[in-house]
Design a protein around this ligand. Structure first.
Ligand SMILES: Nc1ncnc2c1ncn2[C@@H]1O[C@H](COP(=O)(O)OP(=O)(O)OP(=O)(O)O)[C@@H](O)[C@H]1O
Ligand SMILES: [Mg+2]
Length: 451
């Protein structure tokens, strides 16, 4: 073994063989150890460039191997391999300093990519930047403002996992900043100069979803006049964000599973699979576990996506952030546009601190923006916040009187809700307690009726 070798650790000969096969072919020199003890012995005597270890072994687990290696030489990257998609393990591995965490079955491409990535980072590559107290200073990603210890911890974890290829599932209520965090991950990853492609799964029409995601060949179906490159291919060597993943049509879920497992995609009508190297971030504002239990989402796909779970706390669980966020938005909307700097009165801040914030940071942002525009002086008073007042229309809509049809009530409720959330359908659907798909269908019906 020398400084360029890769050390494979595992007590199952099949797994060792599969890894040797993947790496030998790509020109790496490979060494093996059939237990953690043997691996540590070898490492004490000689250097190596990288360790790949099975997580589950009869004697010493891969996690122990990882910990012990980090004590001997914290520089050597360690990749863990496991068949168990358990989330705690992935998070644990990342916290303990694993360079990557790969689920079985894996393709040769995945292994080779992970190895390239892990060794690249080591050779003078991207070191994880320290957080400067309360906000990310990355120029390209928008600043995430928080001083909440739990959220700060989440951002630290995010910076660690950004370096790996592990798939990330971001969950949180509407308006909590999920998309911001997705972009933050991209900008902290080794692919930050690569493409960033965001897809809203709720707006993928069932019939075209497959071709949107995976592309199609010319003439593969009526209307396919030219070859189309799908989102996955567009995101190659970068990041693909699958927003509102719970709304992914069932018919596509199996294909997505294959793309994640094997890192290859099939263009519609294509004859050969296309390899893709992309980081996948899925986002959901509904509880995905629940969607699985209700039979709306494939369980196997859920586990594939949920390798690293990130949950963003709602604003009402981190009220201390409210003054900082308010300040941030005052600066964002205040100076410029012919508006001078403004500040909140103590009573306005007190009001903001006491609200429920079902619409989270987005709602706070809208409230501050409105207050900046509607207050005359330099100081914003509680009455400038215009909370819960959607004049006229709201009164009209909630006026329940005999003769008003349920359908008409529903229609009005939907419209004032949409208006209240600046036409954000995701947020509106959540407030109304219906799925975004149902909301879309209803809007479509109203449109048809209006013709
Ligand atoms: N921590 C934060 N610091 C600064 N701005 C924030 C923060 N969190 C959210 N925002 C702002 O709030 C708005 C909503 O954020 P974002 O779009 O990321 O939310 P989301 O969770 O994806 O919402 P939805 O579920 O409705 O799609 C954005 O304008 C974003 O800039
Ligand atoms: Mg979003």
């Amino acid at each position: 073994m020398d400084a360029h070798s890769i050390l494979i650790v595992g007590d199952k000969p099949d797994m060792r063989k599969a890894l040797i096969h993947a790496l030998d072919g790509a020109g790496y020199s490979v060494e093996t150890a059939s237990s953690g003890f043997e691996a540590l012995e070898k490492l004490k005597k000689n250097e190596c460039s990288l360790v790949i270890t099975d997580a589950v072994m009869a004697q010493m687990s891969g996690f122990e191997v990882l910990e012990k290696i980090k004590k001997i030489s914290s520089e050597v990257p360690v990749i863990l391999i496991t068949a168990d998609g358990s989330v705690d393990n992935a998070v644990e591995a990342m916290k303990k300093g694993a360079a990557d965490y790969i689920l079985r079955p894996f393709s040769h491409e995945i292994i080779q990519l992970a190895v390239r990535r892990a060794t690249k980072n080591r050779n003078g590559g991207a070191k994880i930047k320290a957080q400067n107290g309360h906000s990310s200073s990355d120029q390209k990603s928008k600043r995430i403002i928080t001083r909440d210890p739990k959220f700060l911890n989440t951002l630290k974890l995010v910076e660690n996992v950004a370096q790996s290829n592990a798939t990330i599932l971001i969950q949180g209520e509407s308006g909590t900043g999920k998309e911001m965090v997705a972009s933050y991950i991209h900008h902290h990853s080794g692919e930050k100069n690569g493409p960033y492609v965001a897809v809203n799964c709720a707006s993928l029409p069932d019939s075209l979803a497959e071709s949107e995601l995976f592309g199609h060949e010319k003439g593969s179906f009526t209307g396919a006049m030219n070859r189309k490159i799908g989102k996955f291919e567009l995101a190659n060597r970068g990041t693909i964000v699958l927003d509102e993943i719970s709304e992914m049509p069932m018919s596509i879920q199996a294909k997505l599973l294959r793309a994640l497992q094997e890192r290859i995609i099939d263009r519609v009508g294509g004859s050969k699979p296309v390899p893709i190297y992309v980081r996948v971030i899925a986002i959901s504002n509904i509880n995905m576990k629940k969607a699985v239990n209700e039979g709306k989402f494939r369980e196997d796909l859920y586990y594939r996506l949920n390798v690293i779970p990130i949950t963003i706390p709602p604003l009402r669980k981190r009220r201390n952030d409210i003054p900082f966020l308010t300040d941030h938005f005052l600066k964002k909307y205040g100076p410029g546009n012919g508006i001078g700097a403004k500040k909140m009165s103590d009573s306005a801040i007190a009001t903001l601190l006491n609200l429920e914030w079902r619409g989270n940071v987005r709602e706070l942002e809208n409230t501050v923006q409105r207050a900046v525009l509607l207050s005359d002086g330099e100081v914003i008073l509680p009455e400038h916040l215009f909370l819960g007042e959607i004049e006229g229309e709201e009164k009209d809509a909630v006026k329940i009187r005999p003769g008003l049809s349920v359908r008409e009530m529903e229609r009005k409720l939907i419209f004032i809700t949409l208006k209240d959330v600046n036409e954000n359908r995701t947020h509106a659907a959540e407030m109304l307690g219906i799925s975004i798909r149902t909301l879309r269908n209803k809007l479509h019906e109203y449109q048809e009726e209006g013709k």
